[in-house]
Design a protein around this ligand. Structure first.
Ligand SMILES: Cc1cc2nc3c(=O)[nH]c(=O)nc-3n(C[C@H](O)[C@H](O)[C@H](O)COP(=O)(O)O)c2cc1C
Length: 190
């Protein structure tokens, strides 16, 4: 399996870190694109250098590099999907309106073009409260077939730590791509 992972400048870099760790453990080939704001927040919230996390990816692309392999539709069929985690409202708006002015947005645009819809694309949008633009843009993306997983955790697994809260969301993403994990016990009727 090969996935493109996009990290943007929303709060919640810890979700990206955990997903990258899990994909690394599962030997999934990862193309990583981090926007400049994403890089700033990743370093600020996690207290680690971007290069440290980038080591978990198979290929690391500069978000400004529009000549990267994955910018081309000829490459799209080699990738099984795209996950934007966490995803800013800025990136949501651009995705919803066909703006492709960085490599992450370009890969989304190309995926839509080649596949005909946004199936295979998962976003983890992080903003609160949500305004009318945010909601309309998210609806547009859903109508394109994009799977929207807000980082809103359930509590029936009795989380004890921040890691448990994060794992609940990362587990949903792994489930989406049929990747095996034991991050969170599945619901069982007591
Ligand atoms: C500390 C910090 C936290 C932020 N958190 C969010 C957030 O949770 N959601 C969001 O949509 N934007 C957030 N922003 C604003 C985005 O970083 C900003 O809109 C930026 O232009 C996004 O660019 P990108 O989508 O290319 O990463 C935050 C900015 C800072 C400095």
């Amino acid at each position: 399996m090969r996935l493109i992972i996009g990290v943007t400048g929303a709060s919640g870099a810890i979700y990206a870190k955990r997903l990258l760790e899990m994909l690394h453990e599962l030997h999934v080939e990862v193309d990583l694109i981090v926007t400049s704001c994403g890089r700033y927040i990743m370093e600020y919230e996690l207290g680690v250098k971007y290069e440290h996390l980038a080591k978990l990816a198979t290929h690391v692309w500069d978000a400004g590099d529009m000549s990267a392999d994955i910018a081309s539709g000829s490459h799209t069929h080699l990738c099984d999907g795209l996950v934007v985690i966490p995803c800013t409202m800025n990136t949501v708006a651009k995705m919803a309106h066909g703006i492709a002015d960085n490599l992450l947005l370009r890969t989304f645009d190309v995926m839509l073009k080649v596949r005909g819809d946004g199936s295979g694309v998962v976003i983890v949008p992080r903003e609160t409260p949500l305004n009318e633009n945010h909601l309309e843009n998210l609806l547009r993306l859903r109508r394109m077939g994009v799977t929207i997983i807000p980082p809103v955790t359930a509590f029936y697994h009795h989380p004890k730590s921040i890691q448990d809260l994060v794992d609940f969301i990362v587990a949903l993403i792994l489930d989406h791509f049929g990747l095996p994990h034991a991050l969170v016990p599945r619901w069982k009727k007591p």
